[in-house]
Design a protein around this ligand. Structure first.
Ligand code: GLU
Length: 432
């Protein structure tokens, strides 16, 4: 067993045979959190011994996704493909020492009699009778190592203190423990993370929608939200707190809080976290995420970060409460940033059809034009006062103004819209 004083070293060991998906990202996050929590080292190891199925593009994608999620590794990435000799030598050594044997060009581990017992930090004591384990292959006849050999050799060599990985590896653990014993190494702590299921309670897969981390980025999810969401997939703080900033998460996280029960991936919950983060992320950070989206929408201009920065900040703040994804910001900013507005025909039909209402908007435009100052209060007073004079409901004037100004029947508060739009544009658009 690991001595308590030995340094904490954990690793995330993806096989680059696909994108970084939700399950892998959750594993990486828990490893990273545990390392942060215990002042340890987080190691990234790319398990690319399956040359046929691994690719450099996938490796690059995994590194990119981890970086986007803010899961910075302290050591590595190490590549197993560069360490093949090391695995081969170890297999030979095991043969020489009688723990393994040659079999039709391959090398197999000789499973000793008895049983394997270990205490999983999450699942508790697990015992497997050795006679249920076959003499498994360590080195294939093409002299490539199997996963069991390379993973144990590396975990020993890299002095991994805690193996934190998905529960799909529980059944591999007894074989790996036998290898540790044969190699004379002490065992790390094993902590297996519960499976992640889709809403239909089957294992999370593409059928359930996007599962790759970068697909969430494309959907306009911010990394802070995904990270917070992932943290609660199989871990609970023991309180009803749900929103955690980095510091709080580091503080609250522990292996004890990890559940044995399968976690269920709930897309609505992720959407909720995203809305929460969009409403509270620090302005500069949000603008960093938003800039590429405004560019894609053709709405970016550098002055938004310079002369117009105060105005842009008010615009962003106005949109925050209703934003669900990053793209909502450019979408709802178009009416302020694009000189041409598109009118929703249904909204026009509903609120602007009556010739009388158009006349009223003309009158309102003149009122607003002559206001001594153009503020939230003064525009509101003008609109309500004018409606009174006309003997119509303020609501009717407001609905019509909303469509005239924004082209839509749903928009943020009309007086916010007017003040952000400015007097000139407001007056011009009311004279529809
Ligand atoms: N490379 C393995 C995988 O992608 C993980 C190995 C491990 O964590 O032990 O599933």
């Amino acid at each position: 067993m690991n001595r308590p004083s030995s340094p904490v070293r954990v690793r995330f060991a993806p096989s680059p045979t696909g994108y970084l998906h939700v399950g892998g990202a959750r594993t990486a996050l828990f490893d990273w959190l545990f390392a942060r929590k215990r002042n340890g080292t987080f190691i990234l190891r790319i398990e690319d011994t399956d040359v046929e199925r691994s690719s450099e593009d996938m490796t690059r994608g995994i590194l990119e996704a981890m970086t986007w999620l803010g899961l910075h590794w302290d050591e590595g990435p190490y590549y197993q493909s560069k360490r093949l000799d090391f695995y081969r030598e170890t297999a030979q050594r095991l043969v020489k020492e009688g723990y393994a044997y040659q079999d039709e060009g391959a090398i197999r581990f000789r499973v000793p009699e008895g049983k394997v017992t270990y205490k999983d930090a999450v699942f508790g004591e697990i015992t497997v009778e050795s006679d249920t384990i076959e003499n498994f292959v360590l080195l294939r006849s093409d002299s490539n190592p199997t996963y069991h050999l390379s993973v144990v050799v590396d975990d020993i060599d890299m002095r991994i203190s805690h193996v934190i990985r998905g529960a799909d590896h529980i059944s591999n653990t007894p074989k790996q423990i036998l290898l540790y014993r044969a190699l004379g190494a002490s065992l790390p702590v094993f902590a297996h993370l519960p499976l992640i299921l889709g809403p239909d309670k089957t294992r999370l897969s593409k059928r359930h929608g996007a599962t790759s981390v970068m697909a969430y980025q494309e959907q306009g999810i911010v990394p802070e939200a995904l990270r917070n969401f992932l943290a609660l997939l199989g871990w609970a703080p023991g309180t009803d707190q749900e929103l955690f900033n980095d510091e709080e998460l580091n503080h609250a996280f522990s292996l004890q809080g990890i559940s044995k029960a399968n976690a269920v991936f709930n897309q609505d919950k992720l959407a909720w976290f995203n809305a929460q983060y969009l409403s509270r992320l620090e302005h500069e950070k949000l603008v960093r995420y938003l800039k590429p989206e405004f560019m894609k929408a053709g709405l970016w201009r550098d002055s938004l970060e310079k002369e117009e920065s105060a105005w842009f900040k008010s615009l962003i703040d106005l949109l925050r409460p209703r934003a669900k994804v990053l793209q909502d910001f450019p979408r709802q900013s178009r009416l302020f940033l694009d000189p041409n507005i598109e009118y929703d025909p249904a909204a026009v039909e509903k609120f602007l059809k009556d010739p009388k209402i158009k006349e009223n908007l003309q009158g309102l435009a003149s009122r607003l034009e002559s206001l001594p100052e153009f503020t939230l209060q003064s525009t509101e007073a003008a609109v309500r006062g004018f409606a009174d004079e006309l003997g119509i409901k303020a609501g009717a004037l407001i609905n019509a103004s909303r469509v005239a100004l924004t082209g839509q029947s749903v928009a943020p508060g009309i007086f916010d819209v007017m003040t952000l739009m400015g007097r000139e544009k407001t007056v011009a658009r009311l004279r529809i």
